[in-house]
Design a protein. Structure first.
Lengths: 373, 191
């Protein structure tokens, strides 16, 4: 299953959509999950009337009717003058569709962090940047939605980090030519941090591909929910007082979740920013290592031309002719070699060695003359 | 784009989910229609003032709910279509202007004089119509396959409506039993 489908749609299409078709009629409504600012508008539009708020909720989710885009300025009219004549069962049904879109968007947004670590996300970001550089719009929207804004921030921060990383690598290269030991030490620390970061990202991606996300806000919410009687009491009071209905509750919870998510992402961005800052600082440190004579293990000194010549290893290569060598070998061994008798001879019908057998080791030892050193 | 263009765009949808039914009670034809979302909201608003009162019993609340729903659902009586939002009371002011009241208020006043059994019967007819309307909406707007969450919410809504209806019925039955018992003891006391 593709768990990134929702977040991909939020980024590439600008939202999660739901088509509502009238059976047997050439009629189609397209609904889209609303942005946080649009949800705020609902409560501004109808601070008191729950019914109007529900209508406003559906109207902000309306994207198009038979392909005709519904403009934001008409939403009030639609909520006030058009939905009032709709059958209550139909309005209820549409508001269910809209609230499901909200929960879909909420689920999809949870995968943003993991998706932004994927290669696909970076490739998509490059396409967006290329479009922007050529003066084209990456998406057909007037404003970016909340997920897109977070995604753009993450990618911009990643770009900045990469830029600093390149600068840092260049500085490290220069520093390593002057002070290899110092530079190596610095690199070790940074490589360790980088590998931790990489491990974390891999783990997040691996879990997300299995459909598991464990966001910081969720953990905290779970922690809070365990023993928070006050929240439940507050919810009960709101329900009894008729201050909010089911859809208000869904909208409120969605907004709380999204604000929490945005806060989480801001924290993550701050961490990335801090890391980029450290890289920037690292570049300066490397300059210091390079320039500081006290820190350098091999101080910088000037060499004369003669010294450079003596330091440079001039290799003398042996000239060889492999073909000639082989030819000489064959000639000496097999063509020019003199014929000799073998090492064996016949003696009274017995094959015996031609020469006298060599002395045994024991004989050699027995013939040794002791010497005083 | 103006409002009439917008209305035209939404026209096919505004027809979905509306049903009407003719109910004959003692030879009187009463036509009921399902409520629009605005009318349902008006019912809730009308009840909100009642909800704040401390001395209102559950039975009174249920009666008011049925009355407020029916006064908006009745659209035709004895073949006479009640399309006008204002109805003349028959009184005329000194300046010759006829006194008018809102159609809902007029019908609500009439319903107050109906027996509880009749009101309950009419309201049950209205509840049945809502079920039919819901089925029609489901047929017109088929749910997308795999949208478990939508189906779950729809069923939850349906369950909620059924529970409310059951609660109201139980309140009516309790009231009827209490009254019957009270009448019985009163009658027995009277001999």
């Amino acid at each position: 299953m593709d768990y990134y489908r929702g977040v991909r749609s939020l980024i590439m299409e600008g939202g999660i959509f739901r088509k509502v078709s009238l059976r047997g009629k050439n009629y189609q409504l397209k609904l889209k999950n609303p942005r946080l600012s649009e949800l705020d508008w609902i409560f501004e539009y109808s601070p008191e009337d729950v019914y109007l708020r529900e209508c406003a909720f559906i109207s902000v989710c309306l994207y198009s009717v038979n392909g005709d885009r519904v403009k934001a300025k008409h939403r009030g009219d639609i909520a006030l003058h058009i939905f009032e004549n709709f059958a209550s069962v139909l309005v209820r049904r549409l508001s269910i569709y809209c609230s499901v879109l909200l929960s879909d968007a909420r689920e999809a947004h949870k995968f943003l962090e993991a998706f932004s670590y994927e290669y696909e996300s970076r490739a998509l970001w490059k396409t967006w940047r290329a479009n922007a550089e050529l003066g084209f719009k990456a998406v057909e929207q007037d404003t970016l939605n909340d997920t897109q804004l977070s995604w753009v921030s993450i990618n911009q921060m990643e770009d900045e980090k990469n830029k600093h990383r390149v600068m840092w690598e260049q500085a490290l290269l220069v520093a390593s030519s002057m002070n290899p030991k110092g530079a190596q030490e610095v690199r070790k620390t940074w490589d360790k941090n980088d590998s931790h970061d990489e491990e974390y990202r891999e783990k997040v991606k691996e879990l997300a591909r299995k459909g598991v996300v464990d966001t910081r806000s969720e953990r905290e919410a779970l922690q809070r929910k365990k023993d928070n009687y006050d929240d439940l009491r507050e919810e009960m009071k709101r329900w009894v007082a008729g201050e909010e209905d089911e859809h208000d509750r869904i909208v409120r919870e969605y907004k709380e979740f999204m604000y929490q998510q945005i806060e989480d992402e801001n924290n993550r961005l701050s961490e990335m920013q801090e890391r980029a800052e450290q890289y920037r600082k690292g570049v300066h440190d490397l300059h210091d290592i390079r320039n500081n004579q006290a820190l350098t293990s091999t101080p910088v000194r000037a060499y004369s031309d003669e010294e450079i010549n003596s330091l440079s290893s001039v290799r003398v290569y042996k000239e060889s002719n492999e073909h000639q060598e082989k030819y000489e070998h064959v000639k000496q061994r097999y063509i020019m070699a003199k014929e000799t008798s073998g090492n064996l001879k016949l003696d009274n019908g017995q094959i015996v060695p031609h020469s006298q057998p060599s002395e045994s080791l024991m004989d050699q030892i027995s013939k040794r003359v002791p010497k005083i050193p | 784009m103006n409002l009439s263009k917008l209305r035209a765009l939404f026209d096919p949808l505004s027809k979905v989910g509306h049903t009407e039914k003719l109910v004959v009670v003692e030879g009187v034809e009463i036509k009921l229609k399902t409520l629009t979302s605005k009318e349902e909201a008006d019912v809730q608003k009308a009840l909100s003032s009642l909800r704040e009162e401390e001395n209102v019993s559950t039975a009174e609340f249920v009666d008011a709910f049925r009355r407020e729903s029916l006064c908006r659902a009745i659209v035709e009586v004895g073949g006479e279509r009640l399309t006008d939002p204002m109805l003349e009371t028959g009184e005329v002011l000194e300046n010759g202007v006829a006194v008018k009241v809102k159609r809902e208020e007029a019908i609500a006043e009439i319903i107050k004089g109906f027996s509880r059994v009749l009101v309950t019967h009419l309201f049950q007819e209205l509840a049945l119509m809502s079920e039919v309307a819901e089925k029609k909406v489901t047929q017109s707007l088929p749910a997308t396959e795999g949208k478990v969450e939508e189906e779950r919410k729809e069923l939850e809504g349906r369950l909620d409506a059924l529970n409310k209806s059951k609660e109201m019925d139980s309140v009516s039955e309790t009231t009827a039993r209490v009254r019957q018992a009270a009448y019985s003891s009163a009658l027995s006391e009277m001999g």
